[in-house]
Design a protein around this ligand. Structure first.
Ligand SMILES: Cc1ncc(COP(=O)(O)O)c(/C=C/C(=O)C(=O)O)c1O
Length: 348
């Protein structure tokens, strides 16, 4: 039974006997072998399906930790900036904890499913005519001047919770992967995974993976080593130009002898279309940067054949139905309400 990460990994988490036992039964997500991609690329490729978390993204791991600690500290309001998934998760865990969530999001740049979640979970939603980085500056200022707790990944409890995914990957794979491929936006998740792998290695001497982080080409601050003031990508989840965990991410890349590079929107959309069709796994565009990156790095001979690779699929495909419908060339065919006519259609 999955009782959530606070219980499953309490030995690794900064809990006290006063930390509320908050959970929506996050974590323990599937690790799926991608047969088609593995055969095509000559590697053993697995997907970590973080879209199977309660609010449909990896954010739940960090948010359950951050919200529980906020409640323990006596706070009754959490605040965050978001490209969508952080706000959905903050709103859900705040509701579960009987707290209020305030979220600040870039107007018109949050995928439909994420907005629906934030609304339904009862968050107070502010849309600004700016981008995620502007929104993060606003909520940082609010958390310094109002009695609210900031739960973006600058909050260390977020990274503590999110590192549990690394433990699961090792336990599920039965070993440390040679490469851990992951999308990079605000760079908290790549930093959290590396923290988790190092801690687990200290305990179990299991070795360490190479960390391969992938930014969207139009929002590739770390890759280009400069702040991108107007980040643009179809993968709105990672449309971030000034990653808050920049230094931690570079440290993860250097210490693991990995890479942080970028993938184009076309490479992302190619993976976005192929993954569900060929493997039965549907992940939102930002998540597919990890698959696009593995394909790219295999082509550039940066991943030796037979390597064990885990690609983190950070968010469920249902989050962004509009991009799915815009991108798919196969449209439903409309036929009369008549069994014979429909049968004939398929027999011709
Ligand atoms: C699906 C998906 N995939 C990858 C990322 C990048 O993770 P980080 O590099 O740890 O930021 C995000 C990030 C989303 C937000 O930053 C937010 O929701 O505000 C995401 O939603």
């Amino acid at each position: 039974i999955n009782n959530g990460i606070l219980q499953s990994y309490k030995a690794y988490l900064p809990l006290t006997d006063k930390t509320p036992a908050l959970t929506l039964h996050e974590g323990n997500t599937p690790l799926v072998y991608l047969k088609h991609f593995s055969n095509k690329l000559g590697i053993e490729l697995y997907a970590k399906i973080e879209g199977a978390n309660p609010t449909g993204s990896f954010k739940d791991r960090g948010m359950v930790m951050a919200v529980a600690k906020a409640k323990e500290a006596g706070s009754n309001t959490v605040v965050c900036a978001s490209t969508g998934n952080t706000s959905a998760s903050a709103a859900a865990y705040a509701a579960q904890a009987g707290m209020q969530a305030i979220i600040v999001i870039p107007k018109g740049k949050v995928a439909l499913g994420k907005l629906a979640q934030a609304v339904m979970y009862g968050a107070k939603i502010v849309e600004i005519d700016g981008n995620f980085d502007d929104a993060l500056n606003i909520v940082k200022e609010m958390s310094e001047t109002m009695p609210v707790t900031l739960v973006n990944s600058v909050n260390p409890y977020r990274l503590a919770g999110q590192k549990t995914a690394a433990f699961e990957v090792i336990e599920q794979l039965g070993s440390v992967p040679d490469v851990l491929a992951i999308p990079v936006g605000n760079a908290g998740n790549i930093s959290a995974y590396w923290k988790g792998f190092k801690e687990y290695n200290e305990q179990h001497r299991c070795g360490l993976p190479k960390m391969f982080g992938f930014e969207a080409e139009g929002a590739a601050a770390i890759t280009q080593n400069e702040v991108i003031s107007t980040p643009e990508t179809v993968a709105t989840a990672i449309r971030i130009g000034n990653p808050a965990s920049w230094e931690l991410a570079v440290q993860a890349q250097e210490e693991s002898s990995g890479i942080i590079t970028s993938v184009s929107d076309e490479e992302i959309l190619q993976a976005f279309r192929l993954l569900p069709r060929l493997e039965g796994v549907f992940a939102e565009p930002g998540s597919c940067a990890s698959i696009a990156g593995v394909i790219q790095q295999c082509k550039e001979n940066q991943i030796s054949s037979g390597s064990k690779v885990v690609a983190v699929l950070t968010g469920n495909g249902l989050k962004d139905p509009q991009t799915a419908l815009d991108q798919v060339e196969v449209q439903p065919v409309s036929l009369p309400n008549n069994a014979k006519k429909v049968r004939e259609y398929f027999q011709t």
